[in-house]
Design a protein around this ligand. Structure first.
Ligand code: GLN
Length: 540
């Protein structure tokens, strides 16, 4: 029978509940258990696909093409779970499914209510990911005490009632702040937040205390007394520099052993060697490499969560520290690229939507192409690279994507689905995993070491097949295509150390212990560029 762990958060948001849940998953998996993780979000949007990355951070895309919360990215990076649309539910999605049923007459004669109808629907969501797993870890978004998350919490309370203590576990993550003026750690916020939980009938079994220092036995005893949680189950979740250290910290505190004991599952020998090695490599780089990331939301780094992780993973593969220069694309519209990008060992233009900053991104591409600086364009970045090539190499002035100029004389990218008559904003994206067939001898083929790869997409515009021949003749190497729809997926420039743009988002598939080949190749090329430049400077 599948067991459920419910992870809630107290005191404030942004305590790192997602990473904490993912870390638990990683540890339980290291004992040989089959696990998965699920996220419930209290907001009313059906999914985060239409939310601004400013507000919500990155939209993480799964293989099945769901647009989900960025915590699912952590789940996939820390564990071997493959997430799907069933792994992320919002209040909006729960109500959407209830209201559809109501209209179809499924509740005929009944008054549809939060309890039991909404809570039943939530419980169905829990079970939707249970099959084949020993343990499901469910992360409840928001903070205990918010009105919005009450139905989710009520559903978890009912789960305990029907499945019993050894099949359900409540883990509460709180903040234990250090107050400088009095030189003390404060437990009161934790006491209050647990009180909130108990008021709705939930007694946490384990408390994770987010803090900047280790908790003394006295502090733990105080928290234990006030929250009615056994002393051994009050766990320090100390701040760390590197998120991948968190499972190791939990293991030291014995968190996994307590979980298994509570769930009456025998512990096995933890296998953490590979993970520890990875963390060590990450923490002891032999050198550094500087990547300029030309973004639009550079002020909010959460909107590039997976990208940043993928770069770190690739750095680890080379034992290099990747320093990212977050550059606002618009800056490259007013200031010279030579100035803004002078320290860059590699230039990356990531995904994005809308016209703001486009010309700045295109200027960055030009600079990378002409100066033979390693370049990686992802989704929008690939589109910018192709447009730059069309304008400046293939002599197609004004070339553009119809997203940025519908009247362009050379529509290099166009809304492919327009042809199919899909108009609804939610339905026009190419989402999820597609096959990409690579050309022999390309940068891509060299990186992946095979010819067929599957990668995830999230975009509305496509390379216009009418321009394939013209651009190829001018020297653009189309090195990856989707055979089913005959769509261009990768473009490269050959007489360049490394210049590649891909229509998909490889960052979603990178893991710390299984870095992504394209990121590895890009970082490798950037380091070669850096070393050469350093040598030249020494000679001068
Ligand atoms: N805006 C572009 C499109 O819709 C690129 C999207 C992206 O980078 N994810 O095609």
């Amino acid at each position: 029978m599948t067991k459920f762990i419910f992870v809630t958060g107290g005191v404030i948001s942004a305590l790192g509940k997602g990473i904490a849940a993912a870390s638990m998953g990683m540890l339980l998996e290291s004992h040989g258990y089959k696990i998965t993780l699920q996220k419930l979000d209290p907001y009313l949007n059906v999914d985060p696909g239409t939310m601004s990355p400013f507000q919500h951070g990155e939209v993480y895309v799964t293989d099945d093409g769901s647009e989900t919360d960025l915590d699912l990215g952590h789940y996939e990076r820390f564990t071997s779970t493959k997430t799907t649309q069933a792994h992320n539910w919002t209040t909006g999605k729960i109500y959407d499914s209830i209201l559809r049923k109501e209209r179809r007459g499924k509740y005929l004669g009944k008054t549809v209510q939060v309890i039991p109808h909404v809570t039943d629907e939530i419980k169905r969501a829990f079970y939707a990911v249970a099959e084949g797993n020993d343990i499901v870890i469910v992360e409840i978004g928001g903070t205990v005490g918010d009105i919005e998350s009450l139905p989710f919490l009520e559903a978890t309370r009912q789960m305990r009632l029907s499945l019993g203590k050894e099949n359900t576990l409540f883990i509460h993550l709180t903040l234990v702040p250090y107050v400088k003026t009095s030189g003390e750690l404060k437990t009161k916020p934790t006491q209050h937040s647990v009180k909130e939980l108990r008021a709705i009938g939930i007694q946490p079994d384990i408390i994770l205390c987010r803090t900047d220092r280790f908790l003394s036995k006295d502090i733990k005893a105080k928290i234990s007394l006030f929250t009615n949680v056994p002393l051994e189950a009050v766990i320090t979740a100390k701040d760390v520099d590197n998120i991948y250290e968190i499972p190791l910290g939990f293991a030291k505190e014995g968190l996994d052993l307590i979980i298994l004991k509570e769930l009456k599952l025998p512990p096995k020998k933890r296998r953490l060697t590979q993970w520890k090695k990875m963390v060590n490599r990450m923490k002891t780089p032999r050198d550094e490499v500087r990547i300029a990331l030309i973004g639009k939301y550079a002020g909010l780094q959460d909107s590039y969560m997976s990208l940043k992780q993928a770069l770190d993973h690739a750095g680890t593969a080379h034992q290099l520290k990747v320093n990212i220069s977050w550059i606002e694309a618009e800056e490259l519209e007013t200031r010279k690229a030579e100035k803004v990008l002078k320290d860059a060992d590699g230039i990356l233009v990531p995904g994005g939507f809308g016209i703001r900053g486009i010309e700045g991104k295109i200027n960055a591409v030009s600079f990378a192409r002409k100066n033979k600086i390693p370049f990686f364009g992802i989704c929008l970045g690939m589109q910018c690279a192709t447009i730059e090539f069309a304008r400046n190499v293939a002599s197609l002035p004004g070339a553009n994507s119809s997203e940025f100029n519908p009247k362009t004389p050379h529509k290099i990218f166009f809304k492919w689905r327009e042809l199919k008559g899909v108009q609804d904003l939610g339905g026009t994206m190419r989402l999820g995993q597609f096959l990409c067939r690579l050309e022999k001898g390309s940068f891509a083929e060299k990186a992946y070491g095979r010819l067929n790869v599957y990668e995830r997409h999230r975009h509305r515009y496509e390379f216009n097949p009418q321009y394939e021949e013209t651009l190829s003749k001018a020297g653009l190497f189309i090195s990856g295509k989707n055979p089913d729809y005959n769509l261009v997926e990768i473009v490269e420039i050959r007489n360049h150390p490394w210049f590649l743009g891909c229509q998909f988002h490889p960052e979603f598939k990178s893991k710390p212990v299984k870095f992504h080949p394209l990121f590895k190749a890009f970082i490798g090329a950037s380091y070669v560029y850096r070393s050469k430049r350093n040598k030249n400077q020494q000679q001068v």
